[in-house]
Design a binder for this molecule. Sequence first.
Ligand SMILES: *[C@@H]1O[C@H](CO)[C@@H](O)[C@H](O)[C@H]1NC(C)=O
Ligand SMILES: *[C@@H]1O[C@H](CO)[C@@H](O)[C@H](O)[C@H]1NC(C)=O
Ligand SMILES: *[C@@H]1O[C@H](CO)[C@@H](O)[C@H](O)[C@H]1NC(C)=O
Ligand SMILES: *[C@@H]1O[C@H](CO)[C@@H](O)[C@H](O)[C@H]1NC(C)=O
Length: 326
Amino acid sequence: MASYKYFLVIFAAVSIVVLVLPRTAYSIPFVVFHGISDNCKNKGITQFTTLLSNWSGSQGQCVEIGNGAWDSWTMPFFKQTALACEKVKSMSELSGGYNIVGLSQGNLVGRGVIEFCDGGPPVRNLISLAGPHAGIASIPLCKSAWFCIAVDLLIELAVYSDYIQEHLAPTNYIKIPTDLDGYKNGCKFLPVLNNEFHKNSTYKKRFSSLENLVLIKFENDEVLVPKETSWFGYFPEGSWDPILPAQETALYKEDWIGLKTLDEAGKVKFINVSGGHLEVSYGEMKDYILPYLLENITSQPRLSELSHPSAWFAHKGKTLKLYASD
Ligand SMILES: *[C@@H]1O[C@H](CO)[C@@H](O)[C@H](O)[C@H]1NC(C)=O
Ligand SMILES: *[C@@H]1O[C@H](CO)[C@@H](O)[C@H](O)[C@H]1NC(C)=O
Ligand SMILES: *[C@@H]1O[C@H](CO)[C@@H](O)[C@H](O)[C@H]1NC(C)=O
Ligand SMILES: *[C@@H]1O[C@H](CO)[C@@H](O)[C@H](O)[C@H]1NC(C)=O
């Protein structure tokens, strides 16, 4: 009897060592989904991804959807997220879990992967820079050129028509606060992603399972209207003011996708930084992105730059512009 117990103890000890050992050398990789008009090969994105990868010692890569810039404008979001889903499923290095860093509209691709990707690898943290999570109310292509006026007019007339929805990707997350009927009946992506009219508990369960949701808002963002959408804030129903903080929206109060659940568990970090759209400094990357890439890493990260203060300070003030970064 005694020797049987002894055997059990040894067996348990061996099992623990066998189960735990491989994990200790394991670092969690991350993927980047870029914003509109951008491309994984552009300098800004490459530098951003390489820096985060170098600092964290974890494998990071930008995942391209279609051909990059053109498809980011024209491919409907369900197709973008389906392609992204297939890609992350095919990347065996992600199978033990990974983090997503979303840039602007790339956040909606990231959330699409989290919520819709059946059988996809588990997502640990979503680090969101300037994500149009609650929608946007206009496409600020540029300030005054005739092209923009024409596109704006077209959008105003037909933003929720099937044709525009299928050919101009950003219209998939335009939410005109004074045309909510049009939005409800015509907008093809955001209402589903936000569990707005038809609730799917699977989407909520998957989104609520994030370990951290880091929402970075850029104080001088002139691209997102309103910029508060980066924190899930938005216009009230039927009106252009005042802009509601996330906690006062129905999405939060009725907990459509689990934002409230995550927040109450202390898992949502609302961060504001001072730059324009996707203008992030090395210091902010170190303070607000890096910690979530380092989480769970037990092998020694290659903090070469961070561990040499002089090299670090030379870069501290540097800023990356990740909007149309070519
Ligand atoms: C990342 O690390 C590699 C190898 O140490 C180095 O060649 C490269 O310049 C680094 N990239 C950046 C953006 O710091
Ligand atoms: C909710 O989404 C899941 C996963 O995509 C799907 O299998 C299920 O049929 C959906 N349920 C409803 C009620 O739409
Ligand atoms: C962030 O917001 C707080 C208050 O809401 C403000 O005091 C602070 O200056 C802001 N930080 C930046 C970097 O804009
Ligand atoms: C990673 O950390 C989180 C909490 O910080 C924890 O819940 C999770 O189990 C950890 N995962 C691994 C693989 O260690």
